[in-house]
Design a binder for this molecule. Structure first.
Ligand code: C2O
Ligand code: CU
Ligand code: CU
Length: 411
């Protein structure tokens, strides 16, 4: 795929959840420079120099082999220091990987499969997007005003770009493929009928594809960058009725996300099989050749506020973690406040949370795990696919821009 940058600022595209060779993974300094800027500017305004950066001008060719499980991925800008404002302004989209095994399950499909990208934004009186950048041109000085160091929240909830949309549905099962594309907002979703009844959210898939078996939720937490694949059955809702998808963590208008209006009765030949997939890797703790501890905490960076991994802010020139190709490892992650932790390249399983068992929505193969305040979690993964330089980071996009990334070298 050729990407062409027609913006006035550098960009670099990352396919989130992709099993992608390192030179196509959208490393933050692998910039595609805009027209009229010297191709020798891999150096961020922070003065960090990355000797391994591969900078191109105007275009860059990416290879996405798609040798991976069927899953809902997404792509977004990953530019050093400026990822958060770039995503906020719209450099993000969905990418669906399908396969025959999934197609043959009989899950709701066609117009009854809805990819839903949920994101909060803020708008000025002129209708333009508002974001508290220190440098609104996104050219020189990175960062946001002090009030937003924890992350930027908007007061309008967009779904696929539309504020609080209402979608007409048949009284039948629908497959909702949810992405939280918000920079920093967490949601706990519920689907509520006019008479206050909560519909089951039957989870069939996680970040990295189908679960082994469905898991029913009444409410579903979803952190930035996480994806959940859920089936909702509108059959019991009277024609003309509404089902509101709400965020239990919101307040005022941010409690509303979207709504469905049941427009008509209809035949439904879809099903949710008891066994969804058998191909997900099942690494165990005992397979691990190494256990690592990684902390995600606030700290100081360049004389100001930063978000640090293992006590350090991101430096492209430093290798933080080196793993062997094919090695299974257990990582123990610990957080001070909410941090959705994401690994590039490698899907993982959640082994434990806070010393106890994982939560019901931790099921399946994930690439982002939401650490709650003060919480630790253990994940297990096998690093395979490609050798090279990858990242792991917090997916609160403002935290990410304020240092909360680290290098993962697979060799
Ligand atoms: Cu959405 Cu570095 O990733
Ligand atoms: Cu990613
Ligand atoms: Cu964070």
């Amino acid at each position: 795929m050729t990407h062409r940058n027609e913006l006035p600022v550098p960009t670099v595209v990352h396919l989130h959840g992709g099993r992608t060779p390192p030179d196509s993974d959208g490393y933050p300094t692998d910039l595609v420079l805009p027209e009229g800027r010297p191709p020798s500017a891999p150096q961020g305004p922070h003065g960090m120099h990355d000797p391994r950066a591969v900078v191109t001008r105007l275009t860059r060719d990416y290879t996405f082999p798609m040798e991976q499980r069927a899953a809902l991925l997404w792509y977004h800008d990953h530019r050093m220091d400026f990822t958060a404002p770039a995503i906020w302004r719209g450099l993000a989209g969905l990418h669906i990987v399908r396969d025959e095994a999934e197609d043959s399950l009989g899950l709701p499909a066609g117009p009854r499969e809805l990819p839903l990208m949920i994101a909060d934004r803020a708008f000025g009186a002129d209708g333009g997007l508002r974001y508290p950048s220190l440098d609104p041109s996104l050219r020189e000085r990175p960062g946001v005003h002090d009030a937003y160091l924890a992350g930027v929240l908007g007061d309008v909830i967009l779904v696929n770009g539309a504020p609080w949309p209402v979608h007409e549905v048949d009284a039948a099962r629908y497959r909702l493929r949810l992405l939280n594309a918000s920079n920093a907002r967490h949601y706990e979703l519920e689907a509520v009928t006019d008479d206050g009844r909560r519909l089951d959210l039957v989870q069939v898939g996680a970040d990295q594809g189908l679960l082994a078996a469905p898991v029913a939720h009444r409410t579903l937490p979803i952190a930035p960058a996480e994806r959940y694949d859920v089936v909702v059955d509108f059959a019991g809702v009277p024609v003309g009725g509404r089902v509101r998808v709400r965020n239990r963590l919101g307040s005022g208008r941010t409690r509303d996300v979207l709504a469905f209006r049941v427009a008509r009765a209809a035949a439904d030949h879809s099903r949710v099989p008891r066994v969804l997939s058998a191909d997900a890797p099942a690494w165990r703790r005992s397979d691990a050749v190494r256990v690592r501890d990684l902390s995600f905490r606030a700290g100081r960076m360049r004389g100001g506020h930063g978000w640090l991994i293992g006590g350090l802010p991101f430096d492209p020139a430093r290798t933080d973690v080196t793993v062997g190709l094919g090695d299974v490892e257990v990582w123990r992650l610990i957080a001070d406040v909410h941090h959705p932790v994401h690994l590039h390249l490698a899907g993982f399983r959640v082994l434990s949370r806070g010393g106890g068992p994982p939560l019901p929505h931790d099921a399946g193969l994930k690439d982002t795990v939401s650490l709650r305040p003060g919480e630790s979690a253990e994940i297990v993964t096998r690093f395979d696919g490609y050798r090279g330089r990858y990242l792991f980071h917090c997916h609160n996009a403002e935290h990410e821009d304020m240092g909360m990334m680290a290098n993962l070298e697979i060799h």
